[in-house]
Design a protein around this ligand. Structure first.
Ligand code: F0G
Length: 451
């Protein structure tokens, strides 16, 4: 077992319930073999997402008591604005209640039917917000992003040649913005290198197209740059973030990830006119621009979380814990996307369960078994999630690790559960859908085992 020691001690605990196998058998059947339908109280270790699931620090909780709930001009807004300017460096800062609202505000302002938004790989909400505003969401990730077994330090990189081809094909006038997702969640939580950011930025500035970061996991991305990219070892993560964001023109951010809070988001831009248009909309749907759908205390917790997330002891532990879990799986021949991501290990269900065809949802079969065997909840990212519209290239199960929530012993528990499943994996069966909603079926679909 090779897990880093947690650089914190625990002051408050939350009980989690152990269940028996019989209870879990009953609950998963009642849930229609869909882990989204299991009450969270019946989960032992919840790895469904790293979003909004962080444990806040004593310092953040203290900040909650410093919340200024004035309607306009609350002090926490100015504190957060200062912190955001220090890290991200952009001129205008607009708070929102979570990341997808920032995306919606950006795309509903910039897009019209026929416009195109390239990204390395769009996260679901980004893709949906581009499409909902009539745009085409184009993925231009480097090919290595789609090779699960290939080790590469920066698998999140954009394919710069492909991006230029897309610009020429669709026309500069039809591309109002290019996004770069750091780290690339849909591609396995993989980082983008500074060199790639520089190249993308240079290309876009040649064509006069703004570059926006989807910055949810920026600190994890910058930590990987420090560890893996020549020339950055002696720079602080804060300096690396400052340099990285300096190559862009703005960002959208879900504070539910690398701001270590349970709710919040924001948008930044250097474009004053764009900021004004967005703020006008913000008032309509979120609230006054100094609170953006959040309480003053939430803004304070985000400000303090952003200060904490660039702490390198924290990041070494954070990324090290995810890698520790991956190393345990590797030692037992359990396949996952290589290398481990910053926030999650993505199990390769296609390789793990070759006897279950994609039409019978191998990823879902593994997700169900994780719950059955150990009360562990994880998310299928494969044919159940995407197969209704297009056959996905990969059948994955994401073990997303909440920040500062679970200990190394919990990670070892998860690895042990997977090892036990691995020993009898030929006995796992596929599933068929008995009911599904017309869109985003994976959240609510009901399934049954194929006999
Ligand atoms: N961009 C990325 C890369 C994300 O991973 C997410 C959320 C969002 C945008 C949207 O942010 O949830 O605050 O509206 N990802 C979560 C996940 C839901 O589980 O990966 P949000």
């Amino acid at each position: 077992m090779d897990f880093p020691a947690e650089p914190f001690r625990i002051k408050v605990v939350e009980r989690i319930k152990r269940t028996t196998r019989e209870e879990r058998e009953r609950k998963i059947a009642e849930a229609g073999y869909n882990v989204f339908a299991i009450p969270a109280e019946d989960i032992f270790i919840d790895l469904l997402t790293d979003s909004g699931t962080s444990a806040m620090s004593d310092n953040q909780w203290a900040g909650i008591m410093h919340g200024d709930e004035s309607y306009a001009g609350g002090r926490n807004f100015f504190h957060l604005q200062d912190v955001v300017r220090k890290i991200f460096g952009y001129e205008h800062f607009i708070p929102t209640h979570q990341g997808r609202v920032a995306e919606n505000l950006l795309f509903s302002t910039l897009l019209s039917p026929g416009k195109v938004v390239p990204n390395n790989i769009h996260f679901d909400t980004t893709r949906a917000n581009v499409q909902a505003n009539g745009g085409l969401a184009l993925d231009c990730a480097a090919k290595v992003a789609y090779c699960p077994d290939e080790e590469h330090p920066f698998k999140g990189n954009m394919d710069v040649e492909l991006l230029e081809k897309a610009i020429l094909e669709h026309g500069v006038a039809n591309i109002p913005v290019v996004m770069l997702t750091i780290t690339n969640n849909s591609g396995g939580g993989q980082p983008v290198s500074m060199e790639n950011v520089r190249q993308v930025s240079a290309l876009l500035h040649k064509y006069g197209i703004p570059l926006f970061f989807d910055a949810c996991r920026f600190a994890e991305n910058c930590w990987f740059i420090k560890q893996r990219e020549p020339g950055y070892r002696d720079k602080s993560v804060l300096e690396i973030a400052q340099e990285l964001f300096s190559y862009g023109d703005g960002c959208t951010m879900s504070a539910k990830k690398d701001a270590l809070v349970n709710i919040g988001g924001f948008l930044c831009t250097n474009d004053g006119e764009l900021a004004l248009r967005i703020k006008t909309k913000l008032i309509l749907i979120e609230g006054f621009p100094t609170y953006g759908g959040l309480a003053g205390r939430d803004l304070e917790a985000i400000a303090r979380g952003l200060e904490e997330v660039v702490d390198e002891d924290y990041l070494a532990y954070r990324v090290g814990q995810v890698k520790g879990l991956a190393d345990e799986l590797e030692a037992h021949g359990i396949p996952f996307i290589k290398p481990a991501g910053g926030h999650a290990v993505y199990l390769n269900a296609k390789k793990f369960l070759p006897h279950i065809p994609p039409a019978q949802f191998p990823g879902q079969s593994l997700a169900v078994e994780l719950y059955r065997e150990g009360g562990v909840r994880a998310c299928e990212i494969g044919s159940l999630m995407f197969g209704a519209t297009e056959a996905p290239e990969m059948e994955l199960v994401r073990l997303a690790i909440p920040r500062r929530v679970y200990t190394s012993a919990h990670m070892q528990f998860v690895a042990d559960v997977l090892c036990r499943i691995s020993e009898r994996k030929e006995s796992l069966r596929g599933y068929r859908i008995v009911w599904q909603p017309p869109v985003l079926r994976h959240f609510m679909a009901k399934l049954e085992p194929v006999v």
